[in-house]
Design a protein around this ligand. Structure first.
Ligand code: AMP
Ligand code: GLY
Length: 431
C-alpha cells in the first residue's frame, strides 16, 4: 500500500517513520514534509500543499490511506474533499473539526453535553469583556476564538494582564499578526474562562465513528523555559506515559469526557472520526476537566507516543477507516519515552531560519531525532527552517533515564541559537 501523510512537523515525521515500518507499506509520501523526511529513503516528500492538488496526487498514485497531521487542512475540509473523491482518509470532517477550530463551538458543546470544563463566556464586544473580567477577578484565562497554533491563549495572573489581552485579541489586525490567529466567520471573539488548578495531561484517542481506542497517555510542556517560565509555545517536550493519569483518572476521562463527546457529536449530526485529543487539567482530587479539544495528534506528544507503539500503525488506521476499531488492541513498549524539542533562536515570536545544523546522530533502537523545521540545502547540508527544529526522543526504564538519554544525544547536535528545556518530565520525576 502507498500511504500519504499531510504536514511538515515533528508529528508528521514520527507518523511517517512509524507507518514506514509496516510490512504492508511500499512507500510513504509526506506532503510537504521536512528535511528529516527528505533524508529517509523509505519516505518521499511531495511539494504540494494545495488540497485539491493533493487529492489529484492521491488519486494518481493510488494512495491507499491518507493521514492528516495538523489542524489547518482538517479545518479547511480535507477529509470531506478526499472522501468525496473516493479516497481513504483518517481524520474528522470540517464540521467535526470545529471542536478545535472554534473555541466558542467547543465550549458551547461541552456546556450543552455536561462535559467537565471551566465556566466561560464568549464576547465580541470589548466593553462587555472588560466588565466581565472585572466582575470575575484574576487569575482568569483569555482565549482568541480561532486557530492560533497554541499561542492565542493568555493565562492572566492580574486584571491588568486580562484587560490587555482582551484589547489585543479584539482590537483587530495588529493583534492578529502578532498572534497568528485565523478568525472564524463573524470576526474576532474572545472566550473568557475560569482559571483551572491542577496538572495537565494529553489524552488522545482514535475514533472510527462508533468505537474509541485510547492511545498511551502523555504530558506536554507548553512554556518556553525551565520551571514552566516564559511564553506559551506549541510544546517544548513531552513524555509518555503520564503518571498523573492513574487508572482511576483514565476511567473518569473515558466516562465523563471522551465518550460523552463522541456521542454528543453524533447526536449533533457530526459523527466523529479521527484522532481526538483532550487537553486535560486534573485537580488534586483526580477530577479531570477539559482545557481544550484538538482534532488531531499532539505535537510533540506524538513523537514519544509512537516510539512506544509496538502495533502496526497501518493496520490500526485501516481498522479506524473501516469502522472496526473494536477488533484492535494496541501493544505498547513498557518503557518511558521522552522527547526534548530543540527550537530556533527567537522562537516562539520571531523564529530565525537558515542556521546550519551539525552533529545529527544515526538512529538507534532507543533514540530517534525527529525533524520539524528543517530543510535540506545543497551538498548534504541541513538548515533550520522553522520555530521548532528537532525533537530528540529516547526510550528508557524511567523518566529520569529517558531524560538523560535524550540529553546525551542532544549534546552532540548543534545549531546557533538553539533553545531547549533541561527539565522535560520534571513532574513525573518529582512523583
Ligand atoms: P489551550 O490552547 O486552550 O490549550 O491553552 C493553552 C494553555 O493555556 C493550556 O495548555 C494551559 O496550560 C493554559 N490554560 C488554558 N486554559 C486554562 C484554564 N482554564 N485554566 C488554567 N490554564 C489554562
Ligand atoms: N502539544 C500541544 C498540541 O499539539 O496542541
Amino acid at each position: 500500500m502507498k500511504v500519504l501523510v499531510i504536514g511538515n512537523g515533528g508529528r508528521e515525521h514520527a507518523l511517517a517513520w512509524k507507518l514506514a515500518q509496516s510490512s504492508k507499506v511500499q512507500m510513504v509520501f509526506v506532503a510537504p514534509g521536512n528535511g528529516g523526511t527528505a533524508a529517509d529513503t523509505r519516505l518521499r516528500n511531495v511539494p504540494i500543499t494545495d488540497l485539491g492538488a493533493l487529492a489529484e496526487f492521491a488519486l494518481h498514485e493510488k494512495i491507499g490511506l491518507t493521514v492528516v497531521g495538523p489542524e489547518g487542512p482538517l479545518a479547511a475540509g480535507v477529509v470531506d474533499l478526499f472522501r468525496n473523491r473516493g479516497l481513504r482518509v483518517f481524520g474528522p470532517t470540517q464540521a467535526a473539526a470545529q471542536l478545535e477550530s472554534s473555541k466558542a463551538f467547543a465550549k458551547e458543546f461541552m456546556q450543552r453535553h455536561h462535559i467537565p470544563t471551566a465556566t466561560h463566556q464568549t464576547f465580541g464586544d470589548a466593553a462587555q469583556a472588560h466588565a466581565y473580567v472585572d466582575g470575575k477577578g484574576a487569575p482568569i484565562v483569555i482565549k482568541a476564538d480561532g486557530l492560533a497554533a497554541g499561542k492565542g491563549v493568555v493565562v492572566a495572573a492580574t486584571l491588568a494582564q486580562a484587560h490587555e489581552a482582551i484589547d489585543w485579541m479584539l482590537a483587530g489586525h495588529e493583534a492578529d499578526n502578532k498572534l497568528g490567529v485565523q478568525h472564524n466567520a463573524g470576526g474576532a471573539r474572545v472566550v473568557i474562562e475560569d482559571f483551572l488548578e491542577g496538572e495537565e495531561a494529553s489524552f488522545i484517542v482514535l475514533c472510527d465513528g462508533k468505537n474509541v481506542l485510547s492511545l498511551a497517555t502523555s504530558q506536554d510542556h507548553k512554556r518556553l523555559l525551565d520551571d514552566d517560565q516564559g511564553p506559551n509555545t506549541g510544546g517544548m517536550g513531552a513524555y509518555s506515559p503520564a503518571p498523573v493519569v492513574t487508572p482511576n483518572v483514565h476511567a473518569k476521562v473515558m466516562q465523563e469526557i471522551i465518550l460523552p463527546t463522541i456521542h454528543g457529536m453524533a447526536r449533533d449530526g457530526h459523527v466523529y472520526t479521527g484522532f481526538l485529543y483532550a487537553g486535560l487539567m486534573i485537580d488534586a482530587h483526580g477530577q479531570p476537566r477539559t482545557v481544550e479539544f484538538n482534532c488531531r495528534l499532539g505535537d510533540p506528544e506524538t513523537q514519544p507516543i509512537l516510539m512506544r507503539l509496538k502495533s502496526d500503525l497501518v493496520d490500526v488506521l485501516a481498522h479506524a477507516v473501516e469502522g472496526t476499531l473494536d477488533q484492535v488492541e494496541l501493544e505498547w513498549d513498557r518503557r518511558v519515552s521522552l522527547g526534548v524539542v530543540m527550537a530556533s533562536a527567537g522562537y516562539p515570536l520571531t523564529p530565525r531560519k537558515g542556521d546550519a545544523i551539525h552533529g545529527l546522530p544515526a538512529e538507534s533502537s532507543d533514540a530517534v531525532v525527529f525533524h520539524a523545521g528543517t530543510a535540506a540545502a545543497g551538498g548534504g547540508a541541513l538548515l533550520t527552517a522553522g520555530g521548532r527544529v528537532l525533537c530528540v526522543t529516547a526510550l528508557a526504564d524511567s523518566v529520569k533515564q529517558a531524560q538523560q538519554r535524550a540529553h546525551d544525544v542532544l549534546r552532540g547536535i548543534h545549531f546557533d541559537g538553539a533553545q531547549y528545556r533541561r527539565d522535560i518530565g520534571h513532574r513525573a520525576i518529582k512523583r
